[in-house]
Design a protein around this ligand. Sequence first.
Ligand code: HEM
Length: 119
Amino acid sequence: MTPYEAIDPDDLYDMIDHFYFLVEKDNRINHLFPGDFAETSRKQKQFLTQFLGGPSLYTDEHGHPMLRQRHIPFTITTNERDAWLENMLKALTSSRLDKDIQEYLFERLKLTANHMVNA
Ligand code: HEM
């Protein structure tokens, strides 16, 4: 059984919308984003669905994620990484996702976020 099968996708989607609501207000990193947070959120829902073992929604529409490469246009130091992770932790801990899924997802996202540091 995949983590995706253990969750209600609505709980994941609401968590991601809340995450970008927080990011949009966060002056440490909001300037990096193109400004259409609904669209960024939509892509993240696709990505995290497949990240958790669900259908490959992201790859079907955008091709291989190559996330590090897609983040090269944005200057991401450990400061931006930490801001991103802090907002993610807030969104996760206030979500309806089970505690064990929150922890599992955060641990994996910490690794991915480290990988995005490019400056
Ligand atoms: C896209 C910033 C980490 C997943 C983006 C965009 C920015 C950004 C500015 C462009 C938004 C857009 O085109 O709509 C950051 C920063 C990070 C970070 C500052 C700090 C470490 C992560 C992590 C993940 C992730 C850890 C893994 C879940 C994505 C995805 C997209 C994206 C899936 C959409 C890519 C696309 O198809 O255009 N990110 N990101 N990002 N990010 Fe991040």
